[in-house]
Design a binder for this molecule. Structure first.
Ligand code: NAD
Length: 452
């Protein structure tokens, strides 16, 4: 669904009216419709900053060079030259005075930041801090990065933070490429944890990263699932799109458009786990990527909610997913090194009026990935959740006009995301290069203000 406000704000003939009415003037976000590039930072101004005693700086420098450019240690002398990517290694910030480097680095740079720029900060993992003050200083960086994200969002710029364990600095490459790349366009104000707890994969390429991998995306006849399937195909995966028989026509259309294999199935059917195990064993000898995307809403206030609304939502959004994992994991259909991604929601983070059933299931998935991550680490499997905010899909199209308009604007970027934005984050979490991140929930919500 198109957002007329973005078009009006971008058109010189109507931009003045948007301003006069005091409406937000959202910027057109930069997006990619292709696969990952081998050198995505080529031609970009990348400014690299550091705190005293930081420990990720040499890794960050090498990553930037490998991604196609030499990092700058100071702002370009030409005052008209913008900065496209700002990387700050704040892993050495261990006391209040040490935080001053954030001000010193970002204050002069902030007016030079280009539209759709990327800011990425690394900080020490608070649980590794040698004392409570150092842990507090690391946590301070979270408040800083989320606030800066709010100040830059109207320019389409994003700000994200990674807490990095000392022994996991060699796992930053894929993470930096994503959070500093065009693919993370609607992901801002987020915090990820990069650790070495998951067994590392063998060497992997920077592009066509999923070549030869077998992938399943549930609920992929349309919406976020369809965009995800398309994105995984672009990276070389062999993708199976699953949806209910009622969505058969759309499912087959999607599959022939993107080059995927259709599978009609209700994930909440009693035989679904068995059928999936048999299917992937026979067709692919196993499964490398599992995206639990299928989900439904049955909204009512609790007082008005019929029992079957509760049951349907819990069965499809939560019970079906864990039943499938149980069989695919115990029978090792999900191979060592696999990636699992669960679609949660900001309703699961913050709760939502009239969505007690839905929010319960989406919060369950946040707890599920956090608990499963340590169980699966020895097998090299990463499991994470993605929590979309307002994404323009059939699900959000059904909202009443005013609710939709408010939902769409209640974020730092003043606009909804598109399915591709959510798909980019899911696809990133399916790559081998995400081996430092497991058990996290990342929002793709333009830094939605609800539950922030
Ligand atoms: P959508 O309704 O457009 O698509 C969901 C798909 O899942 C449909 O094709 C549907 O047929 C399929 N499905 C439903 N029940 C199924 C079942 N039992 N078995 C197999 N397939 C089934 O939804 P969407 O907006 O693309 O959302 C995708 C996921 O993202 C969902 O889990 C949703 O809860 C979550 N999410 C979406 C938004 C948003 O703004 N669109 C926000 C937060 C979370």
């Amino acid at each position: 669904m198109s957002d007329l406000l973005i078009k009006f704000a971008a058109n010189p003939a109507t931009a003045g009216i948007v301003k006069m009415l005091g409406l937000p003037a959202p910027i057109a976000l930069a997006r990619s419709d292709g696969a990952y590039a081998a050198q995505p930072f080529s031609g970009k101004n990348v400014l690299l900053g550091r705190s005293k005693n930081c420990y990720a700086i040499e890794n960050l420098r090498a990553i930037v060079l490998d991604a196609g450019t030499s990092p700058l240690d100071a702002l370009p002398e030409d005052e008209n030259a913008g900065v496209d990517i700002l990387l700050m290694d704040a892993t050495g910030c261990a006391d209040p005075a040490g935080l001053r480097v954030l001000y010193d680095f970002f204050h002069p740079a902030v007016r030079r930041i280009s539209p759709n720029a990327r800011v990425f900060i690394t900080a020490a993992l608070p649980s590794e801090a040698s004392n409570p003050v150092a842990a507090a200083a690391a946590r301070a960086i979270e408040g800083f990065s989320r606030s800066l994200a709010m100040e830059l969002g109207m320019r389409g710029a994003t700000v994200n933070l990674a807490y990095v364990a000392r022994d996991a600095v060699d796992r930053l490459a894929g993470v930096v490429r994503f959070f500093c790349g065009v693919q993370s366009t609607y992901v801002s104000g987020q915090v990820v944890h990069v650790t070495s707890r998951v067994a590392a994969p063998a060497a992997f390429p920077a592009s066509a990263v999923l070549k030869g991998k077998a992938a399943l995306v549930t609920g992929s006849a349309r919406g976020i699932g369809k965009a995800t399937a398309e994105r995984l195909v672009q990276e070389g995966a062999q993708v199976v799109c699953l949806d209910v028989a009622g969505a058969s026509e759309a499912l087959h259309e999607t599959c022939s458009a993107i080059g995927a294999m259709p599978l009609e199935m209700d994930i909440a059917g009693p035989d679904a786990p068995r059928r999936l195990a048999d299917f992937f064993k026979e067709k692919f000898g196993g499964l490398d990527i599992l995206v639990h995307n299928a989900g439904i809403t049955r909204d009512k206030t609790l007082a008005n909610m019929p029992g079957h609304y509760w049951d349907m939502v819990v069965d499809i959004n939560f019970a079906a997913l864990t039943a499938i994992d149980q069989v695919l994991l115990s029978e090792k259909i999900l191979r060592d090194g696999a990636r699992i991604v669960c679609l949660s929601s900001i309703s699961g983070v913050a709760g939502n009026f009239g969505q007690a059933n839905y929010a319960a299931t989406k919060a369950a998935l946040i707890g599920y990935v956090a608990a499963q991550a340590s169980q699966l680490a020895d097998r090299g499997i990463c499991i994470n959740a993605v929590a979309p905010g307002f994404i323009e899909t059939a699900m959000t199209k059904e909202m009443p006009f005013m609710t939709r308009e408010v939902g769409r604007r209640l974020n730092t970027m003043r606009q909804g995301g598109i399915p591709r934005d959510a798909a980019e984050l899911v696809a990133f979490l399916c790559t081998p290069g995400v081996h430092g991140i497991s058990g996290d929930t990342i929002r793709v919500c333009g830094q939605g203000l609800i539950g922030a």
